[in-house]
Design a protein around this ligand. Structure first.
Ligand code: ADP
Ligand code: MG
Length: 625
């Protein structure tokens, strides 16, 4: 094109495209899902802008917030168009080529080590998946603030952008034209595309239409002559956009019956492919498990085929009304705890009266619940105010509080329904055995993926500390290598035992040999092992549970019940104690005491009640080094 400006793709993007275009990956289907998801995002954006400025939406067809798919079999073009926000010339250059997103290199790396291409959308580079099926792509786009432009590339390291003086004006929005590769001919079949939309894009909240052809036999009166047949056919292929249908006419059977005859009729029309009734607005009783699973996949852009571990779909009523669906993903993302304290990123989508507002609304959930995915739709929040105003709205506090409750309930239920956990006292619900199998081991799975979040919650969320402590799982001297809950610990406590005993260290193996355990184990007391670095912080906040205090067995204050000989012993070793005190007196030793905490070892160094445990010293040291 004469007026084209040429650009090179940013290096990482170029590598990504090379990988995609040479990919032998069999599931090329995903490109359609990515394009539809982009179209839907673009529609969300224009709808959001139109809340505060009605003008942005324009008039006529521009107000139709929909997605259209069309095929041109002859030219081998598949096009997807939306009436979303569109892209300016600058947007086209930046978003589709010159600026690499943070996910680009991460994804390239993943792909080189055999990662799953299916997850491309999660890395923010979904657009480029078009090159799985096309060797040439045109993006025609019209943004309110600019003229119409065409972006085009044959994935040869460069792309071009030119002012569009060839195509029909779009009004507003974007049309992506894929020139389908020879070997990807299946994507020029209507049925294939319909199937894909059903499979992957069922939960898109805008109508998706496809220009589809229908061929059907119709009976027409036979006594009318040829000309009326012609009329019939012309009428039926009603749109100007469809090519001539003379063939259908010729194919018609010569077999003439006296009264009626069969005519092949070809019609084309916009066929709606999805049901736009939002899942969260439906009655939870009517939504199937499969639908929730698919909804989760589309919401989380997680197409790994795994089921979410749990979900909760509810309506909150009262002063603040909202509907919400929360999911516990099957797996934690790799970087969940990597920069925990530096990133603020909630995974909930916020809608106000069915209109998508934002998916970066950190006011909805506390940080420790950032692993949840889901959505909130509120009728109480105002619609036509800025995002900043919304962030300060008083209802958000109530919404947050309720969301936390529901989230913790949902997690508790994973445990309640898990037969592996069933030595819990008041758990009698497990009956159906097929259901049992599926739920078996689910809580351990949850704990292994997200246990750390629960611990961080105990540290951060004083108001829900007890609820969170109920979800805690630990190993102990009596858990036999499995996980146990605090409730289970309490149910095993010895008569007269007042405190919950625990010990901290770097590994269970190391702790099992600790002299601090000698006497406790001998006397058949259970001691919890805390071996995760975060546990030291955890235990600074978790002081008690169900009226039982936590006692670190390596610290001062361990009481195992009075021994009648205590006083006697103290008296007889008085002099020795005094001598030791004198000999050891220093900054590091506060006191020397007669103790009954040991069985075999003669003596042990104990941390004072408010001092750092040896393990904490170790952690702090490793952090300052
Ligand atoms: P993501 O959707 O995760 O941002 P993509 O690679 O799918 O990543 O898309 C890259 C960017 O290109 C989008 O963020 C958006 O700015 C722009 N874009 C893609 N498709 C469209 C579209 N149909 N309308 C408007 N902008 C689009
Ligand atoms: Mg995308």
């Amino acid at each position: 094109r004469s007026n084209a400006e040429k650009f090179e793709f940013q290096a990482e993007v170029s590598r990504l495209m090379d990988i995609l275009i040479n990919s032998l990956y069999s599931n090329k289907d995903i490109f359609l899902r990515e394009l539809i998801s982009n179209a839907s995002d673009a529609l969300d954006k224009i709808r959001f802008l139109s809340l505060t400025d009605k003008e942005t939406l324009g008039e006529g067809d521009n107000t139709k917030l929909e997605i259209q798919i069309k095929l041109d079999k002859e030219k081998k073009i598949l096009s997807i168009r939306d009436r979303g926000i569109g892209m300016t010339k600058e947007d086209l250059i930046k978003n589709l080529g010159t600026i690499a997103k943070s996910g680009t290199s991460a994804f390239v790396e993943k792909m080189q080590t055999g990662g799953d291409l299916n997850l491309i959308g999660q890395f923010g580079v979904g657009f480029y998946s078009v090159y799985l099926v096309a060797d040439y792509v045109e993006v025609i786009s019209k943004h309110n603030d600019d003229k119409q432009y065409v972006w085009e590339s044959k994935a040869d390291g460069a792309f071009a952008v030119s002012e569009d003086v060839w195509n029909e004006p779009l009004g507003r929005g974007t049309e992506i034209r894929l020139h389908i590769r020879e070997e990807a001919g299946e994507y020029l079949e209507e049925n294939k595309l319909k199937e894909l939309v059903k499979k992957y894009s069922e939960f898109i909240n805008f109508p998706i239409y496809m220009w589809s052809t229908k061929e059907s036999d119709v009976e027409v009166p036979a006594d009318e002559d040829e000309s009326s047949d012609e009329e019939e056919t012309t009428e039926s292929s009603s749109s100007e956009e469809e090519g001539d249908e003379e063939e259908a006419e010729k194919e018609e059977d010569a077999e003439k019956k006296p009264k009626t005859k069969k005519v092949k009729e070809t019609t084309s029309e916009w066929e709606l492919l999805n049901d736009v009734k939002a899942v969260w607005l439906r009655n939870p009783k009517e939504v199937t498990e499969e639908e929730y699973t698919k909804f989760y996949h589309s919401l989380a852009k997680d197409f790994s085929d795994e089921k979410p571990l749990a979900w909760s779909h509810f309506t909150a009523e009262g002063d603040v009304e909202f509907k919400a669906v929360l999911f516990v993903p099957p797996k934690a993302p790799q970087d969940l705890y990597e920069s925990y304290y530096n990133t603020k990123k909630s995974n909930l989508k916020l809608y106000v009266r069915r209109v998508f507002i934002s998916d970066e609304f950190d006011e909805l959930l506390p940080k420790y619940l950032n692993f949840l995915k889901g959505l909130v739709d509120s009728d109480t929040l105002p619609l036509n105010v800025s995002r900043e105003m919304l962030q300060q709205h008083s209802s958000l506090k109530t919404i947050k509080k309720k969301l936390i409750r529901k989230a913790l309930d949902m997690i508790r239920k994973i445990a309640e329904e898990d037969p592996d956990e069933s030595n819990d006292k008041d758990n009698k619900e497990v009956e159906d055995s097929s259901d049992n199998d599926e739920k078996k081991g689910q809580y351990t799975k949850f704990w292994n993926e997200f246990g750390k979040s629960i611990k961080l919650g105990i540290v951060e969320d004083a108001a829900n500390r007890n609820r969170l402590a109920k979800l805690l799982r630990v190993e102990s001297t009596k858990s036999g290598g499995k996980l146990t809950s605090l409730d289970q610990y309490i149910s095993r406590m010895k008569p007269g035992q007042k405190d919950i005993f625990y010990i901290t260290g770097s590994s269970k193996e190391q702790l099992e040999k600790s002299p601090f355990l000698e006497r406790l184990t001998k006397k058949n007391y259970e001691v919890i092992f805390f071996t995760d670095p975060v546990d030291e912080y955890l235990m600074q906040y978790l002081m008690d549970y169900e009226d039982k205090k936590f006692q670190n067995v390596s610290k001062e204050g361990l009481k195992l019940g009075k021994d009648s000989k205590d006083k006697e012993l103290k008296e007889s070793f008085k002099e020795l104690t005094k001598w030791w005190k004198g000999a050891l007196a220093s900054e590091n030793v506060d006191d020397v005491k007669i103790s009954n905490r040991l069985a075999n070892s003669p003596c042990v160094v104990v941390t004072s009640k408010y001092g750092w445990s040896a393990n904490m010293e170790r952690i702090m040291q490793s952090q300052t080094l």
